[in-house]
Design a protein around this ligand. Structure first.
Ligand SMILES: [Cu+2]
Length: 129
């Protein structure tokens, strides 16, 4: 059944819902910081977001880090995970004050590493529901 756009808009309005634009509503942004003391970590190590949300990683310190969702670049394959069909994501080298953002459009559990400090346990998880 085809619904005329205006009829649809009126139907939505009659429900008391603000007429939505065709584009996805902008999601929220969650911040993750790369910390160096007492050891290199992502903080928070796990973030829970919704589809369409963005995560922004910031490296405030002088130690170089990365945000790498790429099994091919992990020392331990189990430290990285991507939902089926999602391509690897990699910030590349992040110097002091660098930021990296990614908007997640596929549900699932994403596990990532810092390439420089994976062996020290600098790993993180993004859960997209
Ligand atoms: Cu690191």
């Amino acid at each position: 059944m085809k619904i005329h756009r205006r009829a649809f808009t009126e139907m939505v309005a009659s429900l008391g819902v603000v007429a939505a634009t065709p584009a996805l509503a902008a999601g929220k942004t969650v911040e993750v910081t790369m910390k160096n003391n007492p050891k290199a970590i992502f903080q928070p190590a796990t973030v829970n977001i919704a589809v369409g949300d963005t995560v922004t990683w910031t490296n405030p310190g002088i130690i170089t880090h990365s945000v790498t969702f790429d099994p091919a670049q992990a020392v331990t394959a189990a430290n990285v995970a991507l939902p089926a069909g999602v391509a690897p994501i990699d910030s590349g080298t992040m110097e002091q004050d660098a930021t990296f953002s990614h908007t997640f459009t596929v549900k699932g559990t994403y596990k990532y590493i810092c390439k420089m400090h994976e062996a020290m346990g600098m790993v993180g998880t993004v859960i997209v529901a």
